[in-house]
Design a protein around this ligand. Structure first.
Ligand code: PBG
Length: 325
């Protein structure tokens, strides 16, 4: 192809031409919306670094879920903030824990929307790490049992899918086995496979009250410099029974999303994380960028890179814009 025979601008002349050759289109069907539940009634605490995102009690959360459902969003991802934290994360797998109670309530009021539960311990441990501490570091294999117990308790409460995010080796296999042994072979696992030790989780840790009280997560989450290692992580998760593989964060890791899409024959999810959301919100508030355009551009780019599913705090707003056309 050569100029002047080929002139790409011919096909960009007006919106109708642009629509005709558009390669990627967003839909509300692509989104999973993360929600944070706290104990109590009538509680709605704004998360300062995430405008429009709240910690809320289950009664109010159910109303938001109804609204999301009416926008055509197929799934929510639930995070719980327990009454109290302890060394052993007992709130994570309690039969009447915050997530377990809330899942039951959502499924009772809104049976059709998918309730996905985050399976991790950092919101439940007093030290804020994603697993059991032994000799000053997170111990892998004892954590697996707790994660499996947690996933099982979510399934018993009625969760439609579980999302292990602790980045312990073998976590997908341990959870798959526990679910299968208890008759939950039909509950899928969406695996946080390539989850990086990222600075972009900052606002989330405010929302989930889950910042580590010492050290950092670099001994279990991935090094941002690595790409081949992401393939090894995903290969392991696929072999352990993952139904969906995930890359997280999304925007700084579009290359990883693309590799995931090309190298595996499974749906790929990308988590457009709290810091990515906060950056756009903050710049828009300063008047430095157009927030709506930046949101749609970012989400389109994540999908174009290869994500079949986007977990995003923008889900509600983007679905409303899409509805308006
Ligand atoms: C739990 C978890 C985290 C996020 C999702 N699950 C935080 C972390 O690993 O510290 C981050 C999500 C976001 O930033 O939006 N381990």
């Amino acid at each position: 192809m050569q100029f002047p025979e080929y002139r790409p601008r011919r096909m960009r002349k007006n919106e109708a031409f642009r629509k005709l050759i558009r390669e990627t289109t967003l839909s509300a069907n692509d989104f999973i919306y993360p929600l944070f539940v706290v104990p109590g009634k009538d509680v709605k605490n704004p998360v300062a670094s995430m405008p429009g995102v709240f910690q809320q009690s289950a009664d109010l959360l159910v109303k938001e879920v109804r609204h999301l459902e009416s926008l055509g969003i197929p799934a929510i991802l639930l995070f719980g903030i327990p009454e109290k934290k302890d060394e052993t994360a007992s709130g994570a797998f309690a039969k009447d824990g915050i997530v377990q109670r809330t899942v039951r309530r959502i499924k009772e009021k809104c049976p059709d929307i998918l309730v996905v539960t985050d399976v991790c311990l950092c919101e439940y441990t007093s030290h804020g790490h994603c697993g059991m501490i032994e000799k000053g570091d997170v111990d892998n294999d004892s954590t697996l049992e707790v994660l499996a117990e947690t996933a099982l308790s979510h399934a018993r409460a009625g969760a439609d899918m579980v999302a292990p995010s602790a980045m312990m080796d073998g976590q997908v296999g341990a959870i798959r086995e526990a679910l299968d042994e208890s008759g939950f072979e039909s509950i899928p696992v969406i695996a946080y496979s390539a989850k990086y030790a990222s600075s972009f989780y900052g606002p989330f840790r405010e929302a989930a009250e889950s910042a580590p009280q010492f050290g950092n997560r670099k001994s279990y989450q991935m090094d941002p410099a690595n790409s081949d290692e992401a393939i090894r992580e995903m290969t392991l998760d696929v072999s352990e029974g993952a139904d969906i593989i995930m890359v997280k964060p999304a925007l700084p890791y579009l290359d990883i999303i693309r590799r995931a899409k090309e190298e595996f024959d499974l749906p790929v999810a990308a988590y457009n994380v709290s810091g990515e959301f906060a950056m756009i919100k903050a710049a828009a508030k300063m008047g430095w960028i157009d927030g709506e355009l930046a949101m749609m551009e970012a989400l389109t780019a994540i999908k174009r890179a290869g994500a079949d599913i986007i977990i995003t705090y923008f889900a509600g707003e983007a679905a409303e814009l899409l509805r308006k056309g």
